[in-house]
Design a protein around this ligand. Structure first.
Ligand SMILES: [Zn+2]
Length: 332
């Protein structure tokens, strides 16, 4: 999985590709960012570019070929110089695991040029293991690079954080998430867009949710928008709220529907600003969204988006889903 095949994170990937070409890669790195956006994939791509037998060079940057024996072994997770340290059965990463990696990294790489030690997730390192790492992170052995992957960098000891260069991974755009689902996971386009809209920028989350749930959430959200679009009659609006709590008003379900609603409103905002369609999370619903825009001008769309945000916070604070849905339908 060379850099060029990874979705999103362009500036960050270019930074790594340039550092690889110039030989200026910092030896201790933290990859921080939400779950399921490609941090581990990027670490694999980095291991490949550092060890590739036929790297592709262009404009002051370098990428792996993805085809040579080294690239293939790294992709399969069987390269001797790429060590993955992961939690054991206890759920945490123990001192002994870290000691072993430190011992191994003192030797020259076995088959490649650079050794990469990937600790994932680094926030599962017990404190003594983090302390044992300090000296190595400060001055890693010449041929080794340490990558600490985490969605919770603040859990790491400040002394660990200060010794590493931190790269921040943001969420992926819904369009990127949908692309990956379609391209790499054979998800049908409509399902991919629905799942991406509900996944908040995480491929991991998009794959974890069921397509059925995501589609259902989006339908309910679209129904609420339809019934509130042109109606000022409170009764009709409250009927729309029923779509949000249909099926019993389970908190997770309502929260999924609100997420879908905010995704539809975000897309309507994009359509109003004539932005590129590629940014649309719900590109497959474009005609329906455009017809909603006959009732939603820019101000109303922005207000509605903020109102959905308030409803989501209220739900997080344990407000009753039914009351939240009614309030939303009257204010959107
Ligand atoms: Zn290669």
């Amino acid at each position: 999985m060379p850099f060029r095949t990874i979705s999103g994170h362009r500036p960050l990937l270019e930074l790594l590709a340039r550092a690889a070409a110039r030989g200026t890669l910092p030896p201790s790195l933290i990859f921080a960012g939400p779950e399921g956006v490609g941090k581990r994939l990027t670490a694999t791509a980095l291991a490949q570019v550092l060890n590739c037998e036929r790297p592709i060079e262009s404009d002051d940057s370098r990428d792996a070929c993805g085809e040579c024996a080294a690239c293939k072994r790294i992709a399969r997770g069987v390269h001797n110089d790429v060590l993955a340290i992961e939690p054991g059965e206890s759920g945490s990463i123990k001192l002994e695991q870290v000691r072993e990696a430190i011992d191994r990294s003192a030797y020259r790489p076995f088959e490649g040029r650079r050794r990469l030690v990937v600790i994932d997730p680094a926030d599962e390192l017990v404190d003594v293991a983090q302390e044992a790492l300090l000296k190595t992170l400060e001055e890693p052995p010449p041929a080794s690079v340490f990558v600490l992957i985490t969605s919770r960098p603040d859990v790491l000891l400040p002394t660990v954080r200060s010794r590493c260069q931190r790269l921040r991974f943001g969420p992926l755009s819904p369009g990127d998430v949908a692309d990956v689902l379609i391209r790499e996971h054979d998800v049908a386009p409509a399902d991919a867009h629905a799942a991406a809209a509900a996944a908040d920028g995480s491929i991991g989350r998009a794959l974890a949710g069921s397509a059925e749930d995501a589609n259902e959430a989006r339908d309910a959200a679209a129904q609420l928008l339809q019934s509130t679009a042109s109606s000022t009659d409170p009764r009709r609006r409250l009927d729309g709220a029923k779509a949000l709590v249909a099926g019993g008003g389970d908190r997770d379900e309502v929260s999924r529907r609100l997420l879908a609603l905010s995704s539809l409103l975000r897309d309507m905002g994009l359509l109003l600003s004539q932005a590129d369609d590629r940014g649309l999370a719900n590109a497959d619903l474009k005609p329906q969204l455009q017809s909603l825009l006959r009732s939603f001008d820019g101000d109303r769309t922005i207000r509605a988006f903020a109102t959905v945000g308030e409803a989501m916070s209220a739900l997080d604070r344990n407000a009753s889903p039914k009351i939240v849905a009614d309030w939303l339908a009257l204010h959107i």
